[in-house]
Structure formats: C-alpha cells, structure tokens
Design a protein around this ligand. Structure first.
Ligand code: GLU
Length: 273
C-alpha cells in the first residue's frame, strides 16, 4: 500500500505551491487506496509558530484534504532523533562542530556543493581531547555527519524516483551536513529521514527544489538501516514570471485567496489539479 505525506513547516501560512504539494501527495495516496499523512515540521522553535500550525490544518481542511491518523509534530519526538544520533555516534559517524557561519563562510578553501558552500571539515580534524575541552567549556556545537566515513560503510547507493527514474546518490554533493543544530537537538535532514521511516512512508513526494537533499537522506537511511521508500520530486509551482512563491507573497496565500472569495475548487484548479 502506498503511504505518502505532506510535511510543512509552520513558519508561515500555506501558499499555492504548498497546495500543489499537498494535493499531489493526497491524490497519489487516495488514487491507489493508500494512506496520506500530515506531519508538522516544527523543530525550529524560534521560527515556528503555533498559530501557523493551526492555520495550516485549517487551510488543508478547507481545501478538501483529509489525512489518516494523528498529525505528527516533530517537536514532540526529539527522543526519536536522539536515538538515531546515538546510533550514529556509536558507529563514529558524527562529530561536534563548533564553527560559526562566519567561520565557514570565511574558510577560503570551502568547495561548493549543490546547496551552497560545503563544510570544509575543520572540526572533523579536532582531537578527542580538544572536543572534550571545548564542550566542557560550554562552547556551542552542532553535530555533523562524517559523510566519507558513512559512504565507506555503505558503498554506492541509488534510489527509485517516479519522475526521474533510477538516480545514483551523490551524498558528497552535500558533504558533512548538520544532523543536530546548535539551537535544536535535530536538523531537517535527520528528522525527515527518521520520521518517514517511523511513519511508514513508502513514497516521498515533494518539490524538485528538495531533490538535492535526497542524496543525503538516502545515505542516512543506509547507515541507520531504515526502509528505503521511493520518491517523486514533482515540479515546483512558480508565478507567471517563473519565480518561486514565498511565504511572504500574500497574493498566493490560501488564506488571502479564500478571503477574496475563491472556492476550494478554484484554488485546486489554480494549483493545476
Ligand atoms: N518541511 C519541508 C518544507 O516545508 C518539507 C519536507 C519534505 O517534504 O521533505 O519545505
């Protein structure tokens, strides 16, 4: 049975691009008699707001969507992400990183990956004693994946993408990503990978702007020995000039469209359904 999910972050209200993603996942599940799940990705406590989470649920219901089971809220599941980190730590695949954004931006040798500058690996080289001393001194740190060490364990990886065919994973294009942030005990990459497995998601559907992240999610699944779903990276809805929608674009916020008299059917049609 196909299990899909929609996983918005409550840092703003839903816009047409979200409506497209939500409808895509919902249709894909419902058309095949599968399950559709809703997950609120709210690990970033500084940027996420309760009123947006409630607003998202309200807008989805208005749009005509329904989901199976309870809504999973990431902020209630930090223990699951901790357990995954412990597992990676036991395999020596993560390390503390004390670098600031400025440290990383200023590292002249930093090569570029598909999502911006790659972490140059500064803290990977720290001695265990130095790590201990800095942690004891109270220096803030993130936890990063040791990408090479993980790849050495897994060997070459691939995934099945409904839209693109079989894709060879290239986790080096993201490198030593953050798995636990300085300000949150998890990161997007870790939480999404752990949750898709815990929730039994069999088909991850999301916009093509997140394709780059899948390379690292596939590696995390392999080292954490999680089931491997299929993916479908769908097109990214844009405005008439080809620009992607942003949460601040009020004109395409579902809430604004609804206030202006649009019906759910009209919004579905505008989103291409
Ligand atoms: N929470 C992510 C976002 O709002 C999407 C996560 C995913 O689909 O993998 O962009």
């Amino acid at each position: 049975m196909i299990v899909t999910r929609f996983a918005p972050s409550p840092t703003g209200l839903l816009h047409l691009g979200h409506a497209y993603s939500a409808l895509f996942a919902w249709r894909r599940a419902r058309d095949s008699g599968g399950r559709f799940l809703l997950r609120i990705e709210d690990i970033d406590r500084a940027r996420c707001r309760e009123e947006f989470a409630a607003g998202i649920v309200e807008d989805l219901i208005w749009l005509g969507l329904d989901w199976d089971g309870d809504v999973r809220r990431q902020s209630e599941h930090f223990a699951d992400y901790r357990a995954a980190l412990d597992r990676l730590a036991a395999q020596d695949m993560i390390y503390p990183c004390f670098c600031t954004r400025a440290d990383i931006a200023g590292a002249v040798s930093a090569p570029h990956g598909s999502l911006g500058p790659l972490y140059p690996g500064t803290c990977r080289a720290l001695k265990a004693s130095e790590r201990r001393a800095r942690i004891a001194a109270g220096d803030a740190y993130a936890m990063r994946l040791d990408c090479e060490r993980a790849l050495a364990r897994t060997g070459p990886l691939a995934w099945r993408d409904e839209g693109l065919g079989t894709i060879t994973a290239d986790p080096r294009s993201l490198g030593d990503v953050v798995l636990a942030r300085k300000d949150a005990p998890a990161s997007y990459h870790l939480a999404v990978t752990v949750d898709d497995a815990i929730q039994g998601v069999t088909l991850v559907t999301r916009a093509s702007d997140l394709l780059a992240a899948t390379h690292i999610h596939r590696l995390l699944q392999a080292v954490l020995e999680l089931p491997v779903p299929h993916w479908h990276h769908h097109r990214l809805l844009t405005d008439a000039r080809g620009k992607r929608f942003a949460k601040r674009d009020r004109a395409v916020a579902l809430r604004e469209m609804r206030a202006a008299g649009a019906t759910p059917k009209q919004v579905q049609a505008l989103a291409g359904f």
